[in-house]
Design a binder for this molecule. Structure first.
Ligand code: 13P
Length: 241
């Protein structure tokens, strides 16, 4: 059985006060949420500790949005895995397209970060996906297969989540057609040594399309940006039918 993982990626949004306010509204919407799904909030570094304390004993797991491959060192602006686990972080997003595009993340550094996360006991969420140009040129498969081949060298596939996030669908309202996301995710699965790795879809997932996305047989969850910032909206996504 593949695990269902619904994760919010807050990106660079929400102060601690805003995060705690979100939780007040969000937690009360989870009373009837089926047990079959894992709920994760991937939040800015400054929110990790307070959310983790507030959520202690709840079913909501905390995730970070980046992790360095060394356990400590002179790496200004980075964060080490033991710093995350110390405050109760369980998941970490690795290789998001925004990190690749704006901060020079490569498949090689993604690979180092994945291994460091796993070594510390974190579950990494590896993001892969193509640009609009790559899609139009018919290069989806070759691009994603290359991201997987380089990113997953020596990575433990029993302790991993993958997110298929077509870059053109992120933050645009232009969701990938669920059947097409299902097709690409099936292709991703065909390249894995462990077919039970949960594979999420990400890119303009909203309350009004989540049921159709989650009805696809290959799709095991969602990685949600904008629609995870508002409590009722993210609760509706977590409570997909
Ligand atoms: P949106 O849901 O805002 O399109 O963002 C998706 C994403 O990048 C999640 O990591």
């Amino acid at each position: 059985m593949r695990k269902i993982v619904i994760a919010g990626n807050w990106k660079m949004y929400k102060t601690q006060a805003e995060a705690l306010e979100f939780l007040q509204g969000f937690k009360s919407e989870l009373d009837n949420t089926p047990d079959d799904r894992e709920i994760v909030l991937c939040v800015p570094f400054t929110d990790l500790d307070s959310l983790s304390k507030t959520l202690h004993g709840s079913r909501i797991q905390i995730g970070a949005q980046n992790v360095h491959w060394e356990t400590e060192g002179a790496y200004t602006g980075e964060i080490a895995a033991p710093m995350l686990t110390e405050v109760g972080v369980r998941y970490v997003v690795v290789g998001h397209s925004e990190r690749r595009q704006y901060f020079g993340e490569t498949d090689e550094t993604v690979n180092l970060r994945l291994k460091a996360a796993q070594k510390a006991g974190l579950i990494p969420i590896l993001c892969v996906g193509e640009t609009k140009q790559q899609r139009d040129a018919g290069d989806i498969e070759s691009h994603i297969f290359s991201q997987l081949a380089k990113g997953l060298v020596d990575v433990d596939q029993t302790n991993l989540v993958i997110a298929y996030e077509p870059i053109w669908a992120i933050g645009t309202g232009d969701t990938c057609a669920p059947a097409e996301a299902n097709r690409v995710i099936g292709l991703i699965r065909s390249k894995l040594s462990n077919p039970n790795v949960p594979i999420q879809y990400g890119g303009s997932v909203k309350p009004d399309n989540v049921d159709e996305v989650m009805a696809q047989p290959e799709i095991d969850g969602a990685l949600v940006g904008g629609a995870s910032l508002e409590a009722k909206s993210f609760a509706r996504i977590v409570n997909f039918q």
